[in-house]
Design a protein around this ligand. Structure first.
Ligand code: TXA
Ligand code: MG
Length: 362
């Protein structure tokens, strides 16, 4: 499947699949994966956000393999993952006081911090920027793996560039089998959307990518926090996002995605109307609904992404549901918008990117 979307690699390599139970970790298997990383190989592993594709962050030849396996543009920098808070020190110039507070409060967890980088961080990691993005993941497999590797681990999401991020090992296998040295199969990623990227190099901390830690939670610790206008101002396309990755088309399933935003009943009515128009032209229609609305639709491929009352169910399911529409083989996905607050910020950011910013407002 999806071979049409895979970019060329010269030769396929043998990929080891390592089944590891996150609640009862087989340390021998994890040590094998740690050795692969230390020796310059690539290992995909679960984190609490999404699966990552790891390599030794201090080894340029290893990092290059990540870009090749994913078909990732070389100007899109990688997040460096560490196992302990102390491990941040050698990678950065300095750590301001208020950032200590953030690390204590949100690490381990889905928050990535952008620091001025030290000399040991290769420019291949940072896409030539003088900053480096660092995160300490909470998932027990991720943390033990990084500790066993004994090196900081560069890891983007373990999908082919442009596709939805993987939240199950099967997603990683679909995208990266034959392109990486090992894949750890370790269950479902609970958060389901990537970490929040927060730039702390300026006067006021700035969210470059909304994610698993909400703006509201950051504001409760920092007081003031702003969001990069380039990622919120949908109509002002001239603004260039400060996080290079945010400028690319992303999270895109094969089908076209149209997001419908507005008062909920009006959204349902509009989706039903578009559904009928598209079906008249012979298109196979998918509807991304919510638990609260899924029974209002019929005669289409209807998948609920979770409950509006519990946004963590929606982040958990979002990427899996986008991939499921591909498996079903629909021509168009009509998606209900989610209220843009709390985790809804991250959901809408990913949905709008999947839709190439195609929104119907009602
Ligand atoms: O949850 C996550 O963050 C996952 C897991 C695997 O940890 N990783 C992830 O990595 O989402 P990736 O490469 O798919 O996204 C990294 C984002 C990109 O938007 C990239 O442009 C941005 O972080 N980024 C990395 N370094 C940066 C820097 N120095 N300045 C600004 N943005 C940076
Ligand atoms: Mg990614």
């Amino acid at each position: 499947m999806n071979s049409d979307k895979k970019t060329e690699v010269n030769t396929l390599i043998h990929t080891q699949i390592l089944e590891i139970n996150p609640n009862d970790i087989d340390m021998d298997k994890l040590a094998m994966a740690g050795n692969i990383l230390r020796d310059g190989g690539t290992v995909a592993f679960p984190t609490e956000t999404v699966y990552g594709l790891g390599a030794n962050a201090l080894d340029e030849a290893a990092v290059k393999k990540i870009f090749e396996a994913k078909g990732r543009p070389s100007d899109n920098p990688l997040i460096v993952h560490i196992a302990n808070i102390e491990d941040v020190k050698p990678l950065v110039m300095d750590i301001p006081d208020h950032v200590h507070v953030l690390m204590e409060k949100f690490w381990p967890g889905p928050l990535t911090l952008v620091f001025p980088k030290s000399n040991i961080v290769p420019s291949m990691i940072t896409g030539g920027l003088d900053t480096v993005a660092i995160r300490m993941p909470a998932h027990p497999i991720a943390r033990n793996l990084i500790a066993m590797a004994g090196v900081p681990v560069a890891a983007p999401s373990a999908n082919l560039s442009g596709k939805p991020s993987p939240t199950l090992a099967s997603h990683v296998v679909e995208d990266l089998l034959g392109r990486v040295d090992a894949i750890i199969s370790g269950g479902n990623c609970e958060v389901g959307v990537e970490s929040t990227v927060l730039d702390i190099t300026g006067e006021v901390p700035m969210i470059l990518r909304p994610g698993g830690v909400t703006k509201e939670a950051l504001a409760s610790v920092l007081g003031e926090v702003v969001v990069d206008r380039a990622i919120t101002a949908g109509d002002e396309k001239h603004l260039i996002p400060k996080s290079p990755g945010m400028k690319y088309t992303h999270y895109a399933p094969k089908a076209n995605v149209v997001v419908v935003e507005g008062e909920l009943q009006a959204v349902v009515n509009k989706i039903q109307q578009i559904q009928q128009e598209k079906q008249k032209t012979g298109m196979k229609v998918g509807i991304m609904a919510t638990d609260e609305t899924k029974d209002k639709y019929d005669n289409a491929q209807i998948l609920s992404v979770g409950s509006r009352e519990r946004l963590e169910t929606i982040t958990n399911n979002l990427f899996r549901v986008l991939r499921e529409f591909d498996e079903i083989g629909v021509d168009i996905i009509l998606a209900e918008a989610i209220e843009r607050k709390g985790l809804g910020d991250a959901v809408m950011n990913r949905l709008l990117k999947a839709a190439g910013n195609s929104v119907e407002r009602v």
